[in-house]
Design a protein around this ligand. Structure first.
Ligand code: HEM
Length: 512
């Protein structure tokens, strides 16, 4: 009996605390409460939606609400146990959120940091203040132009070799290939080289542990009961994180040995200063922070780029008339496709396909920040955000916004990214005067914007465009099972559920 009293009292005290907190943190606009989405329940708010829907359905829900209900209006969402939150859909409002990064504005905050701490630790994705700045500086240095050129001209062809053999073999034997796996192996190898300076395969136990831990970390953002889940059933998650951390620490130990012996006997993708782990070791003193950081860079670049390649190939197979559109602008099979031949002015259509794919399938489909300013913040539309409140935006819904992209927002139409310049041959134009249209980060938040915009954007672009060209100029692809609209599976990023199984045919003249 006593136990029941205790439980009821604790429950009532908790509910009272929640109600007081919510009351004192009310979000208002011009003195009024914000509207809430249809179906919002008393007390539970939108909690059940977050708990029960898979991630893709949640993103579709955000898109529907934007297109059919609220348009650009900022609205409120509430989930019991979480700070009050709003969803932003207006690029003008998002622009301010992106600009006000920092402790006087918005930041990752405890909401994000708590959920991603186990996996990302002190790494750049989770860090703030000086720790973030130091890693950002090291990353900026690494991604300076010449490093990218070495990656494209030396590292990509080396690691693509395995994919090339697998595709040729599949063409000869009729074997089905899962292109999602093939792309992931390629991006794992490239990112293993970039972040750790080592050969890393997707079949390494680290990769499986990392995938498992990222999937569960992604789910924490929509499960208000994630902590309970972690303490009661988190054994597998804990051992996955421990494998990831031990791997990171071992990599750093090896890098330190290499530096001490000054015998860098692995190819140096940067050409002038080693791989990223070396640059991080120059900047950060604690080895465990370097380990976290290197894992964060790997995480930021590996799945995102593999996702983009997979969706790109899928969309092109659905729109076969666009295949020629790409191959017309890339060098023929057998001739090298280098950093200079894939520059944006020479391959605007390939870049347009890449950007258009990411508009519909952004590998980071959901973003959030917390209001760090102690005095709160007023958004351009008059919404007053108290300290601590959460700001959510959904790049997936931004990409499908009819207000931003027009009535054909759900259609794959790379041409929307191209425009004709006044005169053919203008500076930076392709032959014929076709060039890429620029969209602001606030309209196209696929790579985030402001101080924490993606550090690897250019690398992702060149990787995507390079792989697209290599694939399409050498082989023809046919999706094995057309299973209706493809969906994404639950993860931190946007992998294709069930993979992308294809049959392959060699093009007549296959290059080396
Ligand atoms: C298509 C591929 C990619 C997409 C769509 C993408 C998108 C993003 C987005 C949305 C963010 C902000 C995340 C946040 O708010 O926490 C981000 C951050 C970041 N990205 Fe990318 N990314 C891609 C590829 C890459 C690659 C190849 C790298 C290379 C390592 C990379 C490195 C980073 C880093 C280091 C950050 C953290 C920046 C910071 O917090 O200062 N990304 N990326």
């Amino acid at each position: 009996m006593l136990a029941v009293y205790v439980l009821v009292s604790v429950g009532l005290a908790y509910t009272a605390k929640q109600l007081i907190y919510r009351w004192s943190h009310r979000i208002r606009r011009h003195g009024q409460r914000l509207r809430t989405p249809p179906g919002t329940l008393p007390f539970f708010g939108n909690g059940l939606k977050f708990l029960l829907l898979d991630r893709q359905s949640l993103f579709d829900w955000f898109s529907e609400i934007h297109n059919d209900v609220f348009g650009f209006e900022t609205y409120e969402i509430s989930v019991p146990t979480l700070p009050p939150g709003i969803v932003v859909s207006d690029p003008e409002v998002l622009e301010l959120v992106m600009k006000k990064e920092g402790k006087e504005g918005f930041g990752k905050g405890p909401f994000f940091e708590e959920r991603s701490w186990h996996l990302f630790g002190h790494g750049i994705i989770n860090a703030s203040g000086q720790l973030w700045k130091t890693q950002r500086k090291a990353g900026n240095k690494f991604f300076a132009g010449s490093h990218l050129q070495v990656l494209v001209d030396e590292v990509f062809p080396k690691y693509w070799e395995k994919a090339r053999q697998e595709l040729d073999e599949a063409a000869d034997t009729g074997k089905v290939v899962d292109m999602e796996e093939l792309f992931l192996e390629f991006t794992t190898r490239v990112m293993g080289r970039v972040a750790f300076g080592m050969d890393l395969s997707n079949s390494h136990p680290f990769s499986a542990a990392f995938d498992y831990a990222s999937d569960l970390t992604g789910l924490r953002f929509q499960n208000p009961l994630w902590k309970l889940n972690y303490y009661l059933f988190g054994h597998k998650f804990r051992s996955a994180v421990s494998i990831v951390k031990s791997f990171g620490n071992e990599i750093v130990r090896l890098a330190v040995c290499r530096r001490e012996q000054k015998t860098l006997n692995t190819p140096d993708p940067s050409g002038d200063g080693g791989d990223l782990v070396d640059m991080l070791l120059d900047a950060v003193t604690e080895p465990h922070v370097v380990a976290d950081s290197a894992i964060n860079f790997l995480s930021a670049g590996r799945d995102t780029t593999a996702n983009s390649m997979t969706w790109m190939l899928h969309l092109l197979m659905e729109n076969p008339d666009l295949m020629q559109y790409i191959t017309d602008e890339v060098p023929p099979p057998g001739t090298p496709h280098t950093y200079s031949t894939l520059a944006t002015p020479s391959t605007p259509r390939s870049h347009a396909v890449f950007l258009e794919t990411l508009r519909l399938y952004p590998p980071v489909p959901f973003e959030l920040k917390q209001t760090l300013s102690p005095d709160g913040i007023i958004l351009p539309d008059g919404t007053v955000l108290p300290h601590d409140s959460i700001v959510v935006w959904c790049p997936y819904a931004f990409g499908r916004s009819k207000r931003i992209w027009g009535d054909d927002a759900y259609e794959f139409r790379p041409d929307r990214w191209l425009e004709q310049s006044a005169a053919a041959g203008d500076d930076g134009d392709a032959e014929g005067g076709t060039r890429l249209r620029v969209r602001s980060a606030a309209e196209y938040p696929v790579f985030n914007g402001g101080a924490r915009s993606c550090l690897g954007k250019r690398m992702a672009e060149v990787m995507g465009v390079w792989v697209l060209a290599e694939s399409l100029r050498n082989w023809e692809f046919e999706e094995v099972e057309k299973v209706g609209r493809r969906r994404s599976r639950n993860s931190l990023t946007l992998p294709m559920d069930g993979g992308l199984k294809v049959r392959v045919r060699r093009k007549d003249s296959v290059g080396c």
